[in-house]
Design a protein. Structure first.
Lengths: 359, 148
């Protein structure tokens, strides 16, 4: 066989894999070019940050020792003694925060461009589950260094689950591995964070990405009816991919700057017998729920106020997840102003409550 | 004004060269910290140079005991003649911990059947080298083992 070694290897693979079909598929895939095109990039950014999380997470496990006596010490050892350990940990933490931010932006952009509509209901649903898993990653990973803030945040966070009706107390004990936050909680959260959730996340992410490939990029409203001259597109490969990669590079650089200039602190080792320090707050992405729960009175119609709050948040989340199924029943047609207003109110409420919570 | 045909590289290949260089630089700046991260940092040197291995009262002839010497096991043997000897208990074959066999009056490694005599010399089986010997001294009833 003639040609360069690379061509020979490709030839060998071509005989065994449907590479031609994949190339054919990629050559037809296009991305619409319009003023909303920027929103197409946030899914890719989230994916990139997930890759960063997996890479730095595996590195952190090399030195991490779960356990009440060892967790904090091993994280401190990583940060102080391991070469670039401070950088790896700082990138993991910053990337986690940016990932959750990027996932939220991705979700709201899909909502407002109505990209969840038929036939993309399953993509939306799988994305919603991925968002919940991201929050789960944030919550479980926060405890792992076993410092004071994490300890009390986990106490409060798991105690809130106990207020949920019926299954609450059972769920709290399942999470804590006992009546209180302790050694069992730490190993459970470690297992969740590094084994169970990554496995589920990867599987659902695979489905999510596959659905996007099967259905193609979402086109804005009225795209199909527009004259061909106005339907400007960009080839997915290589044009869109190269732009995606460039953005990934920029995100990585932002990440490096944040991690170097604002390294994440380890804080003080958790002491279960010490009183909670002032200013215990959840991470910013839970702040809007935390702040909202404060406004519920102790008792509502004889029910526990927190329980009502948790129930309302659960119902709200469920309605949000099911938007592809109730949106067509709204009367205002394809443009659907009502949907926009609902979205704007939700975003505004989240921003205001987070702002109050931060200040 | 004709084009300068003697120009050795075109603008395009120059830019490609720069691009390639920056990709290599970028990859290096990512991979170097990861490579360094794998280096296990030296632990503080707190390995003791000597240790109380056992009390004379607890030893009888033709007996061996394993003791902790820093982060490694050591073996202290009182021979049939009452003489005390101490070695590293780490088999030189594949790092198993050896044991004194009173029935054979030899040091035996159960993993692959390695055998050492009472001077720590490898006499049969796979071990390639003798056991590392330690110095034994006494202070009162304490048997003190130190690195030679």
């Amino acid at each position: 066989m003639a040609g360069t070694p690379l061509a020979r290897v490709m030839g060998w693979l071509r005989e065994r894999l449907p590479i031609d079909a994949l190339e054919e598929f990629a050559s037809h895939k296009t991305v619409p070019k319009y003023r909303g095109s920027i929103w197409y990039y946030f899914g890719g950014v989230s994916l990139f940050l997930f890759i960063v999380q997996v890479t730095t997470g595996i590195l952190l496990i090399l030195y991490y020792q779960p356990g009440v006596q060892t967790a904090y010490e091993s994280v401190r050892f990583t940060v102080v003694h391991v070469r670039f350990g401070w950088l790896v940990r700082s990138i993991h933490t910053w990337s986690a925060n940016l990932m959750i931010f990027s996932v939220f932006v991705h979700m709201f952009s899909v909502y407002f461009t109505k990209a969840f509509r038929r036939p993309r209901e399953l993509t939306w649903l799988s994305g919603f589950v991925l968002l919940l898993l991201c929050l789960g990653f944030g919550f479980s990973g926060y405890l792992l260094p076993w410092n004071t803030l994490a300890y009390f945040a986990t106490k409060v966070g798991t105690a809130i689950t106990a207020t949920a009706p019926l299954v609450g107390p059972w769920l709290m004990q399942l999470l804590r591995g006992g009546k209180d936050v302790g050694a069992e909680t730490l190993t459970r959260f470690f297992g969740l964070h590094v084994a169970l959730m990554p496995a589920i996340f990867t599987a659902i992410l695979g489905i999510h990405l596959l659905l996007i490939q099967i259905q193609g990029m979402h086109e804005p409203h009225g795209w199909k009816d527009a004259p061909p001259a106005e339907r400007r597109t960009m080839p997915f490969f290589p044009n869109f991919i190269l732009r995606d990669l460039l953005l990934w590079l920029i995100v990585l650089n932002v990440l490096a700057i944040l991690a170097v200039m604002f390294p994440w602190e380890i804080g003080h080792k958790a002491d279960p017998n010490a009183p909670a320090p002032l200013g215990i707050k959840p991470e910013w992405y839970f702040l809007f729920m935390y702040q909202a729960l404060k406004y519920f009175p102790g008792k509502i119609l004889g029910l526990d106020g927190d329980a009502v709050g948790v129930l309302l948040f659960g119902l709200g989340g469920l309605l949000w997840a099911l938007v592809p199924f109730w949106d067509p029943r709204l009367p205002s047609g394809a443009r659907n102003r009502a949907l926009n207003w609902i979205g704007i109110v939700v975003v505004a409420a989240i921003l205001v409550l987070t702002g109050i919570g931060l200040s | 004004m004709g084009q300068d045909t003697s120009q050795p590289i075109s603008r395009r290949s120059f830019l490609n060269y720069l691009l390639g260089l920056s990709v290599v630089g970028w990859a290096g700046s990512v991979l170097f910290p990861i490579y360094e991260y794998f280096k296990i940092p030296p632990k503080r040197d707190d390995e003791p140079t000597s240790v109380v291995a056992a009390s004379l009262k607890s030893l009888k002839p033709n007996q061996g005991v394993i003791f902790k010497f820093g982060s490694h096991p050591g073996i202290l043997i009182m021979g049939i003649d009452g003489q005390l000897r101490a070695f590293s208990a780490v088999c030189t074959h594949l790092d198993c911990t050896v044991k004194y066999r009173p029935d054979l009056q030899k040091i035996h490694c159960a993993c692959h059947g390695g055998m050492y005599d009472l001077n720590g010399q490898n006499i049969s089986g796979p071990p390639p080298r003798p056991l590392t010997p330690y110095k034994v001294t006494q202070r009162g009833d304490d048997v003190i083992v130190s690195r030679t």
